[in-house]
Design a protein around this ligand. Sequence first.
Ligand SMILES: Nc1ncnc2c1ncn2[C@@H]1O[C@H](COP(=O)(O)OP(=O)(O)OP(=O)(O)O)[C@@H](O)[C@H]1O
Ligand SMILES: [Mg+2]
Length: 354
Amino acid sequence: MPSTRMVQGMDGLIDSIPLLVCVAGPDGSIASANGYFAQATGFTKGELAGMSVFDLVSERKGALKETLAACDSVKEVDVLVKRKDGTEFPGILAASRQGDSTIGMAITESSRLRQENEELRRKESLKDEFIAIASHELRTPIQPILGLALLAKKGAISSDEAWDSVLKEARRLTQLANDILDVSRIENGTLRYNFAKANVAEIVDYVVRNIKMGELGREIDFSVSMDDAARAAQCDLDRQRITQVLTNVIGNAAKFTGKGRVAIGARIDAKNSWYDIVVSDDGGGIPAAVLPHMFKKFITRSVGEGEKHGSGLGLFISRAIVASHGGTIYLYNNEDRGATFVIRLPFERPNALA
Ligand SMILES: Nc1ncnc2c1ncn2[C@@H]1O[C@H](COP(=O)(O)OP(=O)(O)OP(=O)(O)O)[C@@H](O)[C@H]1O
Ligand SMILES: [Mg+2]
């Protein structure tokens, strides 16, 4: 006979495993169900304890009692489990039999449902992790803003000195908040695009001009080269979002090069189906440790203060935007120095082609 402590231990274990579990005696009366099972059916554990398996499940093909009587040892039957609200979900009832009688039954979800539940739990935990990192990242620029404001108020530093840094940190905070919003829209599938025919070369020129004027471009020698066909070409795209992608990729090239050259080129592939924007730098290249994780969230290598400190969301967002245009981003380390990123856009987005 198992001791009471052992049975209580088993109950605790059954309650904590991330599976739906409901156990019933030989006559079908439910002996216990775990929290996951109660949650999935909408009944409380107390309500379930007063019910019979035969009220709770129905066999997909035929009558459950007859199916059980016709088998020996362990039998698994595909069933539909009723929820309190009258809806049903697919499950498995396993009955253990000895001789003529059933000695116990257990109900759990079908493997497909189990996979869906596991996927749901995995997504939940990734979401929790994202919220934890995002909150931490959001707090980072707030500390210096508070510290500098207090120092300036006490007269320990000049207001001008404080303003410069406060503005820098506030810009960083705004950028980070926008990026976090974008990530959440990408993951919910709610990032909206305004597609229209646009000249890509104009966007490249605009982005390069902006970066040249900012802190990142100060010590970079930029060059833009493309033939007449690439200069004239129009793609079906969201101008604002592609500007965001190019700002990140060209900005990265400048940021991770520091002092050196960034060459931007554009080309149309021979069959006229792709427009490639190629961004090449002569910086340190992509470290082997970062390479396999480039498009994951919060992968970042800090290269200094202020605008040079990134959150590591840029490439995750860039890839999602380009994918929504039916394109891809790929990259490689150059043979001599630095890295090359290729942003490949189709002339027409896929659903427009369809
Ligand atoms: N041209 C490059 N040369 C070397 N490393 C790069 C280059 N581009 C990206 N990386 C590496 O990939 C990481 C991810 O880039 P990503 O644009 O996602 O983040 P970030 O620039 O650090 O931050 P954010 O873009 O969110 O401001 C960078 O932190 C850096 O380690
Ligand atoms: Mg970046």
